[in-house]
Design a protein around this ligand. Structure first.
Ligand SMILES: [Zn+2]
Ligand SMILES: [Zn+2]
Length: 534
C-alpha cells in the first residue's frame, strides 16, 4: 500500500514537472523555421524605434489625468515586468490601484509617480501579486511625510486591515506613512465557471489584527456597507473624483473600481470679460477687492443664469461668457476577473472613457498551436482570469473608447525585444476582434494621459489659470459678500505640460483605429487546436 502511494506521488510529481516544462518551453520558444521567424519578427526589427514611434503617437496630447502602469504582470514579477500596480495622477494627487511586490522599486523608476503625493490606494483583492508590495510602499511613502500629515486612505476587501497591520507590526516597520484602512464589507466570493477550490482550509478574511499605534495606522477606518445597487462607495478626500467598487468574478473575493470625474465648468471667454474687468479695477479696489482678477474665477463658477454686475453698471451673464461644461472622464479598473459585468451598472449612461482590464492568458500562435481559443478561454476563466477577447467584450459593453490590457501571464515578456513586441501585438489584435475602440497592451512605466474632450478649448483659457486656479477660497468669500480676499496661496497650480511620456486621446470608435505608428501585427493563422489545456 505504501509502495502504491509512493508511486502515485512520484508519478503525479513527474507529470506536474513535465507539464511545467512544456508550459515554460511554449512560453520561451520562438518559431523554429527561419522563414516563419522572419515573418514574425520582421515588422518589429527596429524594436526600440517601434516602441519610440508608438510612444510618440500616444504622446500627442497632454492631460491633467494620467494613468501610469508600474507593473503589468500577473502572478510573479520578472526581469521585464513588475506585478500589478497602476497609478492615476490627477489634480496634483496620486491614486494607486493595487500594489504588487516591488511596487516601491517600480515607483522609483519613474519621475511620474511621487510617493509623497500618494493620496489613496485601492486594492482589488488580497492575492499577493496585488498586495505584497503594500507594506513596503507604505514605508517608502513614510519617508516623504510627517506623522501628522493627512493619512493615505486605503480601500479594499475585508482582511486588508489585518494584513497590513500584521505585516507592519511583525516587521517592526515604524517608518510607515500615516494611513487609514477602509474595508468594503461582504465582498461576495463569485467563483468563475470551472473554478476548483484549493485543497486545505480557506483562511477567514475577518481574522482580526491587533490595533497598535506605533506603525502609522490612524484608527479611523470605516467598514463600508454594500449599497442597494450592489456597489460600494469609496469616499476619498478628492472633491472632484468619485470612486465606486463592484464585485468581480475571481478565485477570491475581489472588486473592480469605477473612477468618475465630476463635470467641470467650461472655458471662460477671457477676451470678452477682461476689458470690462480692467476698466473697473480702480472701483473694485476702492470697494475692498484686493485682487480684482480673481473675479474671472468667480464668474466662471456662477450658475449659468447668474449675472455679475460691475461697479460701472456692466452686467455679465455667466452663460454668455463661459462655454459648455466639460464632462468628467470615467475610468474602469477591473482587477482580476473572469467577468467584470457588475461594474456596468455603476457607469453613467454614456459609458466609460477608458477600461483597464486584465488579459492574463491568450492563445498566441505558433506557441499555442496545440490548444484552441476556446480551451484557452475556458482554462483562463476557470482560474478567474480573462483573455484579450473577453476583455474586449467587456470594454465594448462598457461603451469604452479605449481598452488598456494588463496583468499578463509571466509568459509574455514586457521588454522592447522584437519577439516580445510581436507577441504583444498579437494580444492587442485578439482584443480588437471583440472591441472596436483603441487597444493598448500595457508595458511597465507606460504612461497614458486621458485627455478631456475639449481640452483644446480649455487650453485657450488656461493662460490665466495660474492666477485663477488658486482663487477658490477668495471667490467663495467674495460671493458671500466679503469684499476682502484672503492672501494667495504659496503654490501656483500645476499646469499640464507636454512630456516625453506617452499620451493618448481616446480615438474615435468606429472604424476600429490602429496606431499609425504600429506596423501590421504578425498574421494570425487559424488552425484547429489540439486537446491539451494549459
Ligand atoms: Zn493577479
Ligand atoms: Zn487574483
Amino acid at each position: 500500500m505504501q509502495h502504491l502511494l509512493a508511486l502515485t506521488v512520484l508519478t503525479t510529481a513527474r507529470g506536474w514537472r513535465a507539464s511545467r516544462r512544456r508550459t515554460i518551453r511554449r512560453a520561451t520558444r520562438l518559431p523554429q523555421e527561419p522563414a516563419e521567424l522572419h515573418e514574425w519578427l520582421q515588422p518589429f526589427a527596429g524594436a526600440d524605434e517601434f516602441r519610440a514611434a508608438r510612444l510618440a503617437d500616444l504622446a500627442k496630447d497632454a492631460s491633467d489625468l494620467e494613468i501610469t502602469f508600474l507593473g503589468t504582470a500577473s502572478c510573479v514579477p520578472s526581469a521585464t515586468r513588475g506585478v500589478s500596480c497602476c497609478a492615476l495622477r490627477y489634480d496634483g494627487s496620486t491614486y494607486l490601484f493595487d500594489a504588487g511586490e516591488a511596487t516601491q522599486v517600480q515607483a522609483q523608476r519613474t519621475t511620474l509617480v511621487k510617493p509623497g503625493k500618494v493620496e489613496a490606494i485601492f486594492v482589488t483583492h488580497l492575492h499577493g501579486d496585488h498586495t505584497f508590495g503594500l507594506p513596503g510602499l507604505l514605508c517608502l511613502c513614510g519617508q516623504d511625510r510627517d506623522k501628522d500629515d493627512e493619512p493615505i486612505e486605503i480601500f479594499g476587501p475585508e482582511g486588508l486591515r489585518a494584513y497590513v497591520r500584521a505585516s507592519l507590526q511583525l516587521t517592526q516597520s515604524r517608518v510607515a506613512a500615516p494611513h487609514v484602512i477602509h474595508e468594503l464589507q461582504d465582498v461576495p466570493h463569485r467563483p468563475p465557471p470551472g473554478f476548483r477550490p484549493p485543497r486545505g482550509p480557506l483562511v477567514s478574511l475577518r481574522a482580526a489584527g491587533e490595533a497598535h499605534a506605533a506603525f502609522g495606522e490612524v484608527f479611523e477606518g470605516r467598514s463600508i456597507p454594500r449599497e442597494a445597487d450592489g456597489g460600494w462607495t469609496c469616499d476619498t478626500r478628492s472633491k472632484t473624483l468619485s470612486v465606486r467598487a463592484a464585485p468581480m468574478a475571481h478565485t477570491v473575493p475581489c472588486v473592480g473600481f469605477v473612477v468618475t470625474e465630476a463635470d467641470r465648468p467650461g472655458a471662460l471667454d477671457v477676451d470678452l470679460v477682461k476689458p470690462i474687468l480692467e476698466r473697473n479695477i480702480p472701483a473694485l479696489k476702492a470697494k475692498g477687492v484686493r485682487e480684482p482678477r480673481r473675479l474671472f474665477r468667480v464668474i466662471k463658477e456662477m450658475a449659468p443664469e447668474e449675472v455679475f454686475t460691475f461697479p460701472d453698471g456692466s452686467a455679465i451673464k455667466r452663460g454668455d461668457v463661459v462655454g459648455p461644461d466639460k464632462r468628467g472622464r470615467v475610468l474602469c479598473f477591473c482587477g482580476d476577473t473572469a467577468d467584470a459585468s457588475a461594474l456596468l451598472p455603476l457607469l453613467p449612461p454614456r459609458g466609460a472613457d477608458v477600461v483597464v482590464h486584465e488579459a492574463t492568458n491568450c492563445r498566441v500562435e505558433p506557441f499555442d498551436n496545440d490548444v484552441s481559443e476556446e480551451e484557452v478561454e475556458r482554462s483562463s476563466v476557470s482560474h478567474g482570469h480573462s483573455t484579450p477577447n473577453l476583455a474586449g467584450r467587456f470594454a465594448e459593453r462598457a461603451g469604452a473608447e479605449s481598452l488598456i490590457l494588463n496583468h499578463f501571464s509571466p509568459r509574455y515578456k514586457g521588454d522592447a525585444s522584437p519577439a516580445a513586441l510581436a507577441v504583444m501585438a498579437k494580444i492587442e489584435d485578439a482584443a480588437r476582434k471583440t472591441f472596436g475602440g483603441d487597444v493598448v497592451a500595457a508595458w511597465d512605466l507606460l504612461s497614458i494621459p486621458v485627455a478631456a474632450k475639449d481640452d483644446a478649448a480649455a487650453a485657450a483659457a488656461a493662460a490665466d489659470a495660474a492666477r485663477l486656479a488658486d482663487a477658490a477660497d477668495s471667490a467663495a468669500a467674495f460671493r458671500r459678500g466679503e469684499m476682502s480676499a484672503p492672501p494667495p496661496r504659496r503654490k501656483a497650480p500645476r499646469q499640464p505640460a507636454p512630456r516625453s511620456a506617452p499620451a493618448r486621446t481616446p480615438a474615435p470608435r468606429s472604424p476600429a483605429p490602429r496606431s499609425s505608428a504600429a506596423p501590421p501585427a504578425p498574421r494570425l493563422k487559424k488552425k484547429p487546436g489540439a486537446s491539451k489545456v494549459r
